[in-house]
Design a protein around this ligand. Structure first.
Ligand SMILES: [Zn+2]
Ligand SMILES: [Zn+2]
Length: 248
């Protein structure tokens, strides 16, 4: 008789308080983003050449930032570190072993943390006068925050077997991360295609071996080994630990 396979790890359910807080972060960020958008529409001549360019550069920066954050979480640190390990690194470790666990997470659970990070950026952007180069910075920030705060949701849609039709259309157009682009990350050693907002930066960063060269530089200067936590986590997650439960 064959032994039954080990249960897959999954993130623990969030509490009601965490859901309420996530709702506060998301609704506040949405109001601030809307306020910034209205302010720009009223205060900036939208027909100027630099307006669409600044917005698109902001969206591209959001994608690049998603790649850098994802790479850092996948590559360095340990999932059992206090606070940062459980809150920030563990979800990425679990996601590699059990991608389906991400799909079951609800909207508030999925998007609350990123919305909270976006809040101080939006508050700063709302202080900018809409004249000269600072107007371009405000438009850049609008693109950055609009797509940046949706990063986890866009990532989840890339894993969803049947996303909403409008989302599927935007994925096909390349405006949102395409499932086949993100699948390249989940093949092999999880060491490529880290960007998860639009996915635009994945191919250029691969072409110049950006993350490999960065890892070599960090390893040489610190002695740390990239992805050193991946194997111990896979082993450790078989024995359900704090913050992880075994799926039954
Ligand atoms: Zn990853
Ligand atoms: Zn994924």
């Amino acid at each position: 008789m064959k032994p039954s396979p080990a249960p897959l790890p999954a993130l623990a359910q969030v509490t009601q308080l965490q859901l309420v807080l996530a709702g506060v972060w998301i609704s506040t960020a949405a109001v601030l983003l809307g306020t910034l958008g209205v302010r720009i529409v009223r205060g900036v001549d939208l027909l100027q050449w630099w307006v669409p360019l600044s917005f698109v550069l902001g969206v591209a920066a959001a994608d690049l930032a998603s790649g850098l954050v994802h790479w850092a979480a996948d590559t360095w640190g340990r999932a059992d570190l206090p606070v940062i390990g459980r809150r920030f690194l563990l979800p990425f470790r679990v996601h590699h072993i059990n991608p389906d666990d991400f799909i079951r997470r609800r909207f508030l659970d999925t998007n609350g943390d990123v919305a909270a990070v976006t809040l101080p950026v939006l508050i700063g952007l709302l202080q900018l006068p809409l004249a000269g180069p600072q107007a371009a910075l405000a438009v850049f920030g609008l693109g950055l925050c609009a797509f940046g705060m949706m990063t986890n949701q866009i990532h989840q849609w890339a894993h969803t077997p049947v996303p909403p039709p409008a989302v599927r259309g935007l994925q096909r157009l390349g405006v949102l991360l395409r499932p086949d682009d993100h699948a390249a990350h989940h093949c092999g050693a999880y060491d490529r295609h880290y960007s998860i907002t639009t996915g635009w930066s994945n191919r250029p960063l691969e072409a110049i071996r950006f993350f490999r060269l960065l890892e070599i530089a960090i390893s040489r200067s610190t002695g740390a080994r990239p992805r050193a936590d991946e194997e111990p986590f896979v082993e450790g997650s078989r024995h359900a630990s704090s913050g992880v439960r075994s799926r039954v």
